[in-house]
Design a protein around this ligand. Structure first.
Ligand code: SF4
Length: 340
C-alpha cells in the first residue's frame, strides 16, 4: 500500500496493520512523504484532542540506586549515578505539587523509583491529595503494582497512572514484559486511566521493535501514547549509541499518532520540543525534583523544564494549551470527531 493510502486509512479511522506501521517508520526523513506523515499526524492530534494541548507537572520524590537496573535510567544501581537514597520531605513534595497547580499544569504526577515502598507512596499521595484542589488531576508514576495496590492508588485519589512496556524491556531492564502488562491490566481493572509511550527510543532500535511496542501501546487503549527519546547518561553502557535527533523523533511520534485511534486523545513527547509539537505532540511534562534522565539530584533548572517553557513551546508550534484540569485522563470527554 502507498504511504498516501496508509495515511488516508488512519485519518478515516482505520486500524493500521503492522506492515503499514512499519512502512510509515521507513519513510525517509525530509522526503515529500515524510512531510505528509507529519501533517497528517498533526491534523489527527488536533481532531482527537479537539485542538487542545496539555502540560503535566511531575514531582520526582526520591533518588535511590534502584535494583531493577533499567540501563537507560539514572537511578539504576548498575549505572552508579546515585549512591545514596534520598527523598524530598513531604512538605516539600506538597509545595512542589501546589506550585504546578498554581502554574497551570493540567495534571500533577508523583514519581518514585521502582524500589520505593508502596505503602509510603500511598500515604504521601493521600497527603498531597488533601492539599490540592479537589478537581486537580493526580497521576501516579511508580513501579509495578498488584491489583490490590491499584485499588489503593485509586482510593488515594489518583485518576490514572503512567506505565509503559519500554523498548528493550526484559533485556535492558530486569523486568519481564508480562510484569509490565500485568500492572497495566491492574490499573485498568480498577478504573485508573493509563498513559503510555514508545520510549526510550535509541538509535539502535529496529523498525520491528518500534512497531511491536507501538502496537502494545495501541492495545492498552490509553489516554495517550507518543514517543520519547533516550537521553545518554555519561559513562553508561547505552550512551555509546548516542541520541536520536529531534527531527527523527518528530517523525516517530507522528507515526505513533497515526497508528493509534481517535479514542486516544493525546500524543506525548519528551523532552518538550517545538518540532515534536508541530508534528502532533500535544502533551509535555514539566519536572521538579528527581528525574531518571538527569544526573543532578534536582532536575529543576537542569534538564527539567517549567510549565512556562512548555507553554511557550506549544505556542511556537501553534497549539492552544488547555486551561484547567486535564481532559486526557477523563474518559468520554471527547466526541472523537474524525477527519479525512
Ligand atoms: S526506570 Fe524505574 S524501575 Fe527502572 S531503574 Fe529506574 S527507577 Fe528503577
Amino acid at each position: 500500500m502507498k504511504v498516501t493510502e496508509i495515511i488516508k486509512k488512519s485519518l478515516d479511522g482505520g486500524e493500521l496493520s503492522v506492515e503499514e506501521i512499519a512502512a510509515l517508520f521507513c519513510v525517509p526523513l525530509f522526503s515529500d512523504e515524510s512531510g505528509l506523515v507529519l501533517a497528517a499526524s498533526r491534523r489527527k492530534s488536533e481532531a482527537a484532542s479537539e485542538g487542545s494541548a496539555e502540560i503535566h507537572g511531575q514531582v520526582g520524590m526520591n533518588i535511590a540506586p534502584c535494583p531493577k537496573n533499567c540501563k537507560f535510567c539514572a537511578f539504576a544501581a548498575v549505572n552508579g549515578v546515585f549512591q545514596d537514597k534520598k527523598e524530598l520531605p513531604l512538605e516539600e513534595v506538597i509545595q512542589r505539587a501546589k506550585n504546578f497547580e498554581r502554574d497551570g499544569a493540567n495534571a500533577v504526577f508523583l514519581m518514585a523509583t521502582g524500589d520505593y515502598p508502596f505503602a509510603k507512596f500511598a500515604e504521601r499521595s493521600r497527603e498531597v491529595r488533601r492539599a490540592l484542589q479537589p478537581d486537580t488531576i493526580m497521576i501516579a508514576n511508580v513501579g509495578d503494582f498488584s491489583y490490590d495496590e491499584a485499588k489503593t492508588l485509586k482510593e488515594a485519589g489518583y485518576a490514572g497512572v503512567y506505565h509503559a512496556v519500554r523498548l528493550g524491556e526484559g533485556k535492558d531492564t530486569s523486568i519481564p514484559v508480562e510484569r509490565r502488562m500485568e500492572t497495566i491490566r491492574h490499573a485498568k481493572e480498577v478504573g485508573l486511566r493509563v498513559g503510555t509511550c514508545l520510549e526510550p527510543v535509541g538509535t539502535e532500535h529496529s523498525i520491528q521493535e518500534l512497531v511491536e511496542k507501538t502496537v502494545i501501546t495501541r492495545e492498552i487503549r490509553p489516554a495517550y501514547s507518543g514517543a520519547a527519546r533516550r537521553i545518554p547518561l555519561p559513562g553508561t553502557s547505552l550512551a555509546a549509541h548516542g541520541i536520536v535527533s529531534e527531527a527523527r523523533m518528530a517523525h516517530i511520534l507522528a507515526v505513533v499518532r497515526l497508528a493509534l485511534g481517535y479514542d486516544t486523545p493525546a500524543n506525548c513527547t519528551h523532552e518538550p520540543n517545538v518540532a515534536g509539537a508541530a508534528a502532533g505532540a500535544n502533551l509535555f511534562w514539566a519536572e521538579s525534583g528527581s528525574n531518571p534522565r538527569d544526573t543532578h539530584e534536582e532536575t529543576d533548572a537542569q534538564r527539567g523544564m517549567t510549565t512556562k517553557i512548555c507553554r511557550v513551546y506549544f505556542e511556537e508550534a501553534e497549539w492552544n494549551t488547555l486551561s484547567g484540569p486535564s481532559r486526557f485522563y477523563r474518559e468520554h470527554s471527547y466526541t472523537q470527531n474524525k477527519i479525512g
